[in-house]
Design a binder for this molecule. Sequence first.
Ligand code: ARG
Length: 582
Amino acid sequence: MKAIIETLLLETVSQMKQAGTLPADLEPRLQIDRTKDKSHGDFATNLAMMLAKPAKSNPRQLAQQIIELMPEHAAISKIEIAGPGFINFFINPDHLADQISQLLADEHASVQLAATPQTVVVDYSAPNVAKEMAVHHIRSTVIGDAVTRTLEFLGHKVVRANHIGDWGTQFGMLIAYLEIVQNEQASDMELSDLEAFYREAKKHYDEDEAFAERSRNYVVKLQGGDEYCQTMWRKLVDITMEQNQRNYDRLNVSLSDKDVMGESLYNDMLPAIVDDLAAQGLAVEDAGAMVVFLDEYKGKDGDAMGVIIRKKDGGYLYTTTDIACAKYRVAELGADRVLYFIDSRQAMHLQQAWTIARKAGYVPEQVSLEHCAFGMMLGKDGKPFKTRSGGTVKLVDLLDEAEERANALIAEKNQDLADDERAEIATAVAMAAVKYADLSKNRTTDYIFDWDNMLSFEGNTAPYLQYAYTRIQSIFRKAGVDGDSLTGSPQLNEAAEQALAQKLTQFSDVVNNVAAKTSPHLLCTYLYELAGQFMSFYEACPVNKDGVADDVRASRLLLCGATAKVLKLGLGLLGIATLARM
Ligand code: ARG
């Protein structure tokens, strides 16, 4: 609605510029606010007051002029001048009702799909091989997945890229240690404790010279494509990713094994990249290493910063891989846009890799590379989130604890549930709560992990939204209707009905904003406000109460239907399940 008014006002301003009423170079900043007092209409702007001076007119006179010039629109029933020169807009309830009817009939709930669908590569999750997923991996995984789902919903072609850390010199020692473990355990082993595995491998490497020698030998062989080492390496990758997949499935994250595009994928490209950068004069030899000097980044002494792309010993670096990776995403995947959901501490690393990739012509200007950075996960004490003994919290332990807590909570709330149904609900609530706690905060800041907040049934939480949804489902059950197949145009007589309808029509803008700003918290805020608006509506406008006329009930059920639909779709974009009851 706001967008419609904005367009109309901008058109009017440009007309006034053409007519000479306003200076041609004027770029007014439009401010359109929702009114508090509905007798002043639904929206108001102070535009006439802002433009009075440049127009050399008085505000009320100018407001009158604006209103006369403004094109008509079905969404607006009346425009008035108020006070010193405010312009008030009254929304046409019939138009609003039409929009609700369209929203109910459309499987996308009237969300405007992308006019020009893009190919978007989304780099997210990216855990490391032979390490267990730690709690901090949840941020990239969950936020990246929500944006991925949103982009797909809008009609873009999305390539999920799980850039796992599956390459590097540590694989020599890991293979050597896997060999030992395999010989000890004759059967097909399962490495349930990857942390311990990694620790033991490192210990052997540090303490046993023969083992270290063998490890170094395996690295060389692995890089040379040796079959035995490749097989052992693959085993390590598969074991790790099988475990990670369990976390993904539990969290309803849409990644699978076919999305894995780890560091190893780019390994074969690296020698040619370094050669090419040297041929282009971008990389030069410096004390045996190959280095790109970037004027864009100055070191402490004011000299151009040197980025090493090949070490003296011939080894390549994380940056070299990301240069190759950016090239691959453009050339092989056809990316128009690449989103990197990575910790904000890697900002400099990405900037360097991208600057080099662009200079080398691997990434044309029109392809956008975006670091969708996020802050750290902190405990209630404001320090990095750790176990009691100060260790890293394993993701799987966190998810287990969430389920336990949710189970106890649901048992307390609803004693009539059978054990298996309660367990099912608790799982859905637990995973939703953990995800939503992360998704609902602006991703750029650090975020404080707090069990009590995230599992609360009040406030901007997953349980609150899931509960709002189940409440609507129980309204449908009581009324004896199928809430998913309601169609028609509601009557919007009450202020609460109109407010709810207006909120519902904002869904499209919000979803598009999430995609543009790669910020799912905008959707969370919206859904929270929508649920609140629904609660106010339901208080003011009963549905199933005695004495509510049939046509009024039918109309209100349509608003319930539209709300349930938007809640379900919206939560679905966040990768969060809705429940029929809880
Ligand atoms: N595996 C890396 C880490 O754990 C994240 C990789 C992110 N993606 C990338 N293209 N660099 O820090």
